[in-house]
Design a binder for this molecule. Structure first.
Ligand code: SAM
Length: 275
């Protein structure tokens, strides 16, 4: 497909800069510009929006975000080998791409956020994706500095993000996401869409902050979900024993014979608030 932006095809960019994919960095590149545009479009109209991207790699998704009109992209990339390729993209879009070489897990995105709307769009390295998501969901200040997250995960992680009660994928991540956000699966991406192909199907998930999540101390919520899902097949009176067991459940008005996966997000919040 001809590039929207007149820049060279990504396959050439990868070859010219010697960007052979490194497994340890979770490098599975997207070379199909139709697909990178589809991901960027999932974040909605980008005019006037600053986008944070994690792991731009050779720049396929970055280019789509810029071509779709984002005011600016601030991208954090750990692999210094990608910087010359990204510098070419930055030259093509003067003043609109800032690349920070570093580890996204150690980056204070909130401190980098400029005035105006901020969205996060990324084809995440699988080994750090869940931790990054959790970091973006934990700030005490809510609504957060971002207005949406459009993120690629392994499908199984995506299913855990959107899962609610009575779903096999429901667990700690589903409760946290359900409490603070509205999350939905946008679409699946087959392994062959990536170079090199990963072993599993991926999914793009879109999350927007709930403007007023039920009041709850996030640490307490983590404690109850950790205990309850730590022994998910057991009845709650057993799994939350160390937190108060039957007395805690009685205070929260929850039947002690139920199991963790039957509790709604709201019931977990009630339980946490009774701690
Ligand atoms: N965005 C590109 C694309 O869609 O083709 C590359 C995506 S690839 C799945 C993940 C990218 O994240 C790689 O470029 C990798 O070097 C980078 N990366 C891995 N760990 C990182 C970390 N801790 N912080 C920032 N970038 C990281």
């Amino acid at each position: 497909m001809a590039a929207l932006d007149g820049l060279p095809p990504l396959r050439d960019v990868i070859q010219r800069h010697g960007l052979d994919a490194r497994k340890a960095l979770g490098q599975n590149f997207l070379l199909d510009l139709n697909l990178t545009q589809k991901i960027a479009r999932t974040a909605g109209p980008l005019e006037g929006v600053t986008v944070f991207e994690v792991g731009p790699g050779p720049g396929g998704l970055t280019r789509a975000i810029l071509a779709l009109g984002a005011k600016k992209v601030i991208a954090v990339e750990r692999d210094a080998r990608c910087l010359p390729a990204l510098a070419e993209v930055a030259d093509h879009y003067p003043g609109r791409l800032e690349v920070i070489e570093g580890d996204a897990l150690k980056t204070d995105f909130e401190a980098l956020a400029p005035e105006g709307p901020v969205r996060i769009i990324a084809n995440l390295p699988y080994n750090v994706g869940t931790q990054l998501l959790v970091n973006w969901l934990l700030p005490k200040q809510w609504p957060p500095f971002w207005e949406s997250l459009t993120l690629m995960f392994q499908k199984e992680v995506g299913q855990r993000i959107v899962a609610r009660e009575d779903d096999n994928h429901y667990g700690r991540l589903g409760v946290l996401c359900g409490w603070r956000t509205s999350a939905h699966m946008a679409f699946d991406v087959p392994p062959q869409a990536f170079t090199p192909p990963p072993k599993v199907t991926s999914s793009v998930v879109h999350l927007t902050p709930n403007p007023q999540p039920l009041p709850c101390d996030v640490e307490k919520l983590e404690r109850v979900t950790q205990a309850a899902f730590g022994q998910r097949r057991k009845m709650l009176r057993q799994s939350v024993k160390s937190l108060g067991g039957e007395a805690l459940l009685a205070k929260a008005g929850i039947d002690p014979q139920r199991r963790a996966e039957t509790l709604s997000v709201e019931e977990f919040v009630t339980l946490a608030n009774c701690l």
